[in-house]
Design a protein around this ligand. Structure first.
Ligand SMILES: [Zn+2]
Length: 230
């Protein structure tokens, strides 16, 4: 699949070296650039500063990025699934998807709102058990785990990006969450995201969990217009 991209986008590091750019409609990014943060930055630039839900114009401090299909059920951090939102809308929307949230807003009383929210929770519990992520617009395919490249070169190994350096405890918590989800729902919490050459962009923890548990095929979102360079 292709992600939505602006016509142009460039990022430099502190030493003036170009680490992200768009060429021939392909987003090229240096291996140590944080993919999720990059997706958020592009959405802020591409979609502007108006809340997707209430239309309010947002200052830098008010602007958050919302997942249209919530992360909780496996909504990926890619531009196609992200919109700018104010903190209030983002918080109220919680783990509803965008369509459910608009239906929720049409409920007049707090009781009918509460009931609708409960319905969504039941639906979400069911979606967490859908192994092929069919609710993700056909973005997800299955891939042999040994086809995914770049696992050992991933930035967690590099630890170059100081801002994103995570403590061992945080990594451990993430891993435990992946483990819990798999035991409870029988699938990975999120699909693994790879670039056009099957290089790992996001989903390191899921991949590590899959490797440790001899899971041979994993759900993957392959981005045909993204390419890692070294
Ligand atoms: Zn809003």
């Amino acid at each position: 699949m292709n992600i939505e991209l602006p016509e142009s986008f460039t990022q430099y590091n502190g030493r003036g070296v170009r680490i992200v750019y768009i060429e021939d409609n392909i987003l090229k990014m240096k291996v140590d650039v944080g993919f999720k943060r990059l997706m958020r930055t592009i959405v802020r630039q591409k979609r502007g500063v108006r809340c997707f839900y209430c239309g309010k114009i947002l200052s830098e401090g008010e602007l958050t990025v919302d997942h249209i299909i919530p992360q909780e059920i496996g909504g990926p951090t890619i531009t196609n699934n992200l919109v700018p939102a104010c903190k209030e809308c983002n918080c109220e929307k919680s783990n509803m998807n965008a369509i459910q949230y608009s239906k929720y807003l049409k409920r007049r009383t707090s009781d009918t709102k509460k009931n609708y929210f409960k319905e969504v929770q039941i639906k979400n519990e069911k979606l967490k058990r859908v192994k092929n992520f069919s609710f993700l617009n056909g973005w997800v395919t299955e891939m042999e785990i040994n086809q995914i490249k770049g696992y050992k070169e991933h930035r967690y190994y590099f630890c170059i990006d100081n801002n994103q350096k995570r403590s061992t405890r945080k990594k451990q918590l993430k891993y435990e969450r992946a483990e819990y989800f798999y035991k409870e729902y029988g699938r990975l919490r999120k699909a693994i995201i790879v670039d056009r050459n099957n290089r790992l962009l996001s989903g390191y923890t899921s991949l590590k969990f899959a490797k440790n548990n001899c899971i041979k095929k994993v759900p993957v979102i392959k981005l045909d217009n993204v390419e890692i360079f070294y």
